[in-house]
Design a protein around this ligand. Structure first.
Ligand SMILES: Nc1ncnc2c1ncn2[C@@H]1O[C@H](COP(=O)(O)OP(=O)(O)OP(=O)(O)O)[C@@H](O)[C@H]1O
Ligand SMILES: [Mg+2]
Length: 283
């Protein structure tokens, strides 16, 4: 069976109207975690929620999903943007269908073709997830191709300022911003908290993720943390975030169930309920 047949066989039956949301992880700052979050969210949607996911490296100048997963590839997104059949550039890793991009591509490409070539693949997937470049010009075609945007930021002034700029581009292009994922939380005392981020940006925070040393292990193993260690705090938060994307209810852990202690001891909690309802309705 060839790859396309394989993909078609796994189509969710009778659910075609609700498949194919193109979700992009976006920021105008390098190193905040776009690739990590795109990959981990894709992995959780596949492994925790049995979704069919296409992960696309839409970082046209400095792609690295292939490096994260140790993919060897011939054809890439760059070739597809230059007329090659997209399905020939799809590779499978950890149950995720992946379109890598070329590190060294000498031909000219029109990144604005991305929307058109991906739209054809929407019916085959529950979700198409786009990683992106922090480069302002490269970001525009990704935002144009996406149905919904997740802004990735770390909770510091410099990064949040650049995040607001990314939000401005998305608004100018009229692509809905679903929310912010706060990544690499290091020292809450010296960083913005969630409500400050929501007040400054006027955008809801949908996930909060610590800066965790285990991510180095994941990188070294070339395996998503959501697969390597399901009990890791990052894996759990990614799972809750992915669950909201799927519209599944979020269960309280044992700690949340201790009602009398809740308000005293509980850390600032992400409120995903509105997002879940709105996102699910719009599918
Ligand atoms: N929550 C985290 N805790 C610890 N390390 C992290 C976390 N998130 C990402 N990293 C690490 O930070 C580095 C940069 O992450 P990543 O490549 O995802 O950023 P990026 O926004 O995609 O960068 P670029 O803009 O250059 O593409 C990687 O080494 C990654 O493993
Ligand atoms: Mg990246």
């Amino acid at each position: 069976m060839n790859k396309v047949q394989q993909i078609q066989r796994r189509l969710p039956v009778g659910n075609l109207g609700s498949v194919g949301n193109i979700l992009a992880f976006v920021s105008i700052k390098g190193g905040v975690g776009k690739t990590t979050l795109a990959l981990e969210t894709a992995s959780s949607l596949v492994h925790n929620f049995d979704k069919k996911v296409l992960l696309v490296d839409a970082n046209f100048s400095a792609p690295n999903i292939g490096l994260y997963l140790d993919l060897t590839n011939d054809l890439t997104l760059h070739d597809a943007l230059n007329g090659a059949l997209l399905h020939n550039a799809i590779y499978e890793s950890h149950g995720i269908d992946i379109i890598p991009a070329s590190m060294y591509y000498h031909g000219a490409i029109d990144p604005f073709k991305l929307k058109k070539i991906l739209n054809k693949y929407k019916p085959r997937y529950d979700f198409i997830i786009l990683d992106s470049s922090p480069n302002y010009e490269e970001l525009k075609p990704v935002i144009a191709a996406a149905d919904k945007i997740f802004l990735v930021t770390s909770p510091d002034n410099v990064t949040l300022t650049t995040t607001l700029k990314a939000a401005k581009i998305a608004r100018e292009q009229e692509t809905p911003i679903e929310g912010i994922v706060v990544n690499k939380i290091r020292s809450p005392k010296h960083e913005y908290n969630l409500s400050e981020i929501e007040t400054i940006s006027e955008i809801p925070v949908l996930a909060k993720i610590k800066d965790h040393k285990k991510m180095a292990h994941s990188l070294y193993q070339k395996t998503p943390i959501t697969i390597l260690d399901e009990t890791n705090v990052i894996s759990k938060e990614i799972k809750r975030f992915a669950s909201a994307i799927c519209g599944s209810p979020e269960k309280d852990g044992w700690f949340q169930k201790l009602i009398p202690l809740k308000n005293i001891l509980q850390k600032e909690k992400v409120n995903r309920s509105l997002f879940r309802e709105k996102f699910y309705e719009s599918l």
